[in-house]
Design a protein. Structure first.
Length: 184
C-alpha cells in the first residue's frame, strides 16, 4: 500500500474514530494539534512528519483532512464517529441527493429510513456515480434518491463538508425513492 494511503488510513482512525488509541486529544471542533499528532504518532511507531502530513492533506483522493488557517491544527472534514461539532452552516441542498448502500440493508432502510449508524451524520452525494462507489464498499450496491429539497422544506437541516460531502442527521423513509419505484 502506498505510503500516503497508509497515512490516510491512520489519520482516519485517530482523527475520526479513536484518538485515544495514541493518546491524542481532539478539541470540541475535532481539531488536533499538528505537533502533538506528529509526536504521538512517532511514539506509536508511525513515521510521520510535517512534509508527509502536508502531502496527505493536499493529495488525498477525497480531501479527507484539512489544516486550520494558521496550519497548526488538523482535522477530518467529515466521517467522525467521535462526537465533534464541525460548526458547518446549514446550506440549502439541491432538490435531489444520492445515497449508496448495499441491497441487504434495504428492508431495514425501508422500515426506519437512513440512520447515521456509528457516524454522526448520514452521508449523501451530489452524484449517482459517487454514491454507487460508496455502496459497493458494503456489498451489492444500490443507489437511493433522497428528495433533499422536500426534506429541507420540511425543516431538516443539511450541511456540506469542505470536501463536498452532504451531511444530514437522518433521512426518514418518506423522502427516499427506491429503485423500481414508479417514476424511477
Ligand atoms: C447503512 C466513506 C440498515 C448505510 C464514503 C451504509 C462516505 C442502514 C451503512 C462515508 C440504515 C453505514 C460514509 C438503516 C443507513 N438500516 N442500514 N436504517 N441506514 N444504513 O460506512 O454512507 O472513504 O457508516 O446505507 O465515501 O457507507 O471513509 O456510511 O451502507 O462518504 O472518507 O449503513 O465513508 O468515506 O456505513 O459511508 P458507513 P457510508 P471515506
Amino acid at each position: 500500500m502506498a505510503d500516503l494511503v497508509r497515512v490516510s488510513k491512520f489519520l482516519s482512525l485517530v482523527l475520526r474514530h479513536k484518538p485515544h488509541e495514541i493518546g491524542l486529544a481532539l478539541d470540541p471542533n475535532g481539531w488536533a494539534d499538528v505537533d502533538e499528532l506528529i509526536r504521538l504518532a512517532n511514539v506509536a511507531g508511525r513515521r510521520l512528519d510535517r512534509p508527509l502530513l502536508e502531502r496527505v492533506v493536499a493529495e488525498n483522493d477525497k480531501k479527507r483532512f484539512a489544516f486550520s488557517d494558521d496550519g497548526r491544527r488538523i482535522r477530518a472534514s467529515q466521517g467522525h464517529s467521535v462526537e465533534v461539532e464541525l460548526d458547518l452552516p446549514p446550506v440549502a441542498p439541491p432538490d435531489l441527493l444520492y445515497h449508496g448502500t448495499a441491497t441487504r440493508f434495504l428492508p431495514s432502510i425501508r422500515a426506519t429510513g437512513l440512520r447515521p449508524g456509528s457516524r454522526q451524520h448520514v452521508h449523501l452525494s451530489a452524484d449517482e456515480t459517487t454514491a454507487a462507489t460508496v455502496g459497493r464498499r458494503h456489498g451489492e450496491p444500490v443507489v437511493l434518491v433522497v428528495r433533499a429539497g422536500e426534506m429541507a422544506a420540511a425543516g431538516f437541516p443539511f450541511y456540506r463538508s469542505v470536501n463536498g460531502v452532504w451531511l444530514t442527521e437522518r433521512v426518514p423513509a418518506e423522502f427516499l425513492t427506491f429503485p423500481g419505484s414508479p417514476g424511477v
